[in-house]
Design a protein around this ligand. Structure first.
Ligand SMILES: [Zn+2]
Length: 215
């Protein structure tokens, strides 16, 4: 089972779990350290959209906006003020809520999420990319990081939020795997691999959920 991130064949089968009524095997790559579900077990595009519909990530949902306000606070803490920046929300979901919130603050922001037809990328290339709870859904992560690199200005920053496996001793009992659309789980070592392979510098990785790359 080759790794979807680095394509190494040196992967270890960690075991299997039933995730939302679907059988899922989990493998860990010995080279880049990502944990992943094999491609033949990935949900179809339709199943994926049905699952996302249960997230309730609408603009009208004030709890979701509160959550994104905290994400934006983290983004500003890690990247500095977004004033004057062109910002891309990478994988922003159906209603591109984060990009809308940024525009309300006067920041020029686009949303990339081809699942929902958000693919205009009007202000590319970007000074800043925010990728919040999207990287774990990547079926082919390498393609996504290559695209991000192409969309980012030289010296620009990418702030990623995804749960990291560094402090997880038992991946098969980790709550984060219990979502049939979560396909790949990274550690700080995986982000070192991503930085080295796709032309970024890894500036920070907090071992829990936040990563900062520079293009
Ligand atoms: Zn790998």
């Amino acid at each position: 089972m080759n790794c979807p991130l680095c394509n190494s064949s040196d992967t270890v089968h960690l075991g299997a779990r039933n995730v939302e009524h679907a059988h899922r095997d989990f493998y860990r790559c010995r080279f880049c350290d990502c944990i992943h579900v094999p491609e033949y077990q990935h949900p179809t595009g339709e199943e994926e959209i049905q699952r996302y519909a249960t997230h309730n990530n609408q603009y009208e949902n004030s709890r979701y906006r509160e959550y994104l306000t905290k994400i934006l606070q983290g983004a500003v803490q890690w990247m500095g003020s977004l004033d004057g920046c062109n910002v891309l929300d990478y994988g922003g979901g159906e209603e591109e809520v984060l990009a809308r919130m940024l525009r309300e603050q006067g920041v020029r922001a686009d949303c990339w999420d081809p699942v929902y037809g958000h693919n205009t990328l009007e202000s590319a290339p970007y000074h800043r990319i925010i990728c919040c709870e999207a990287a774990e859904h990547f079926a082919r992560p390498g393609n996504e990081f290559r695209r991000m690199k192409n969309l980012l200005r030289s010296g620009g920053l990418i702030y990623v939020v995804t749960r990291l496996s560094d402090t997880i001793d038992q991946p098969l009992t980790w709550w984060y795997i219990n979502d049939s659309t979560h396909l790949v789980f990274y550690s700080c070592r995986s982000w070192e691999y991503i930085a080295d392979s796709f032309g970024f510098t890894l500036l920070r990785c907090d071992s829990k959920s936040q990563i900062l790359l520079q293009g």
